[in-house]
Write a protein that binds this ligand. Sequence first.
Ligand SMILES: Cc1ncc(COP(=O)(O)O)c(C=O)c1O
Length: 501
Amino acid sequence: MPDDFNRFATPGLGWSDVGDALSRMAATVADHHHGSPLPCGTPGDMLGAVAAELGPQCLPDNGIGEDRALAQVAELVAAYGLDLTHRLTAAHLQPPPLTVSVAADALASATNASLDTYDSGPATLAIEKWTIAALARLAGFGPSAGGVFGPGGSFSNLLAMLIARDHAAAKLRLDTRHHGVAALPRPLVFCSRVAHFSINRACATLGLGEAAVVAVDVDEQHRMIPAALQAALASTDGTPVAIVATAGTTDFGTVDPLPEIADIAARHDVWLHVDGAYGFGSLFSDRLRHLVHGIDRADSVTLDLHKIGWQPAAASLLLLRDEELFSALERNVAYLNPEDDEEAGFGGLLGHTLQTTRRPDVLKVLATFLAYGRTGIGEMLDACHSAARYAQARIVAEPQLELVAPVTLTTVVFRYRCQDLDTVNAELRRRLISSGTALIGRTRVHIAGDEAPSTCLKLTLLNPTSTGLDIDELFDELLRHALEVESENTEYAIAEVQVHE
Ligand SMILES: Cc1ncc(COP(=O)(O)O)c(C=O)c1O
């Protein structure tokens, strides 16, 4: 029989020669880099330019070879992409990743191991178990804790709500796995008004409906008011499925009062989930760890090391105080983890999540912890916190700027004072982006004394190498562009009035 297995060009596989390919790609990125946080121009320009370089939208019949393909992709990303390492990039909870984690992430891709069964990657399975145990210990959990890595904070929150839902059902002797959620009488999830929207989405996805979310009032620092939570629980005739406390709100970094909320959860016998996607990282810092005091009383915790942790996305983790409670997700599948294989020790973490094939995101996390230790990561957070406090001081010193909330972690929310607040602040951010000057964030806040919420600007400072000079340059540019935008807006408003007269 003819051997026609290898009639095609032999492809490179796995780790072979990847070092050279990576070096060449890094050089290409450096050569073609636009030098700004985002490239200058409009989104339409960029999308058009990339599409034009790729040509007609159909897969090529013939390849151009590995070297040219990698060079082309690297050129596109360098010329039209985002630079998180730029000194004036400060928009989202999206840090510049550490080089050590980028390199270890390449190892994860090269091995292509998975976490579902022992035979899909024994080393990565052992490393994930070790790392989860170490992070659970940092959270203050005991030896019965467990966890699972996943593709983001939204997903970890979804898993937490699923486990809480089935825990609530089990208390009523209902089994959602077979009967769905219809049998659960008016399920409710209590979280603050500024909790992350992934909680609402999780409730929708899990069949509880977004109407299940009870939005509890917050104080002037955007933290859940325990008395309001208590009142909401006391007055409900529904089934409380979970209380979600946020440790590190997306906009303000504030932390709900965890000890008081834990007391209430215990009194009402309700699952307590702490969404620490942003704030869990405080535990790395000797200066900031006090912020999340009480987190060890949660039943489940979400933490995102692709936020505070300087990992490439994703490196999210759901921790459970009692690993047994992953049982809601447990499955035995004939082709993966039949019971006798599991009993013989060949099981993996398939039963801890909704994913089957699962990337070993943990490799970059372990490499980072080994390289820098807890205190090294904590010092990176401290540096970003100091940068945020420096920015806060600059805002307070500028008459044209108004600080919206004091700094807790690494975000600073403020607005440019002017007549047409919403239009000017929103346009200012877009102007900074499209001029290639800076990348900052925006949000909407109801500021005390205002009739309605208004558009505010936000810095999310996650570059641990940022200096005071960088922050000053950012504000100098921002104020310069703000004057331009404001005067154009005023001219436009005058012209509009004249047209209508
Ligand atoms: C508090 C909080 N929870 C959850 C998430 C969702 O995380 P991810 O974007 O990784 O899904 C975010 C994202 O910013 C967040 O700020």
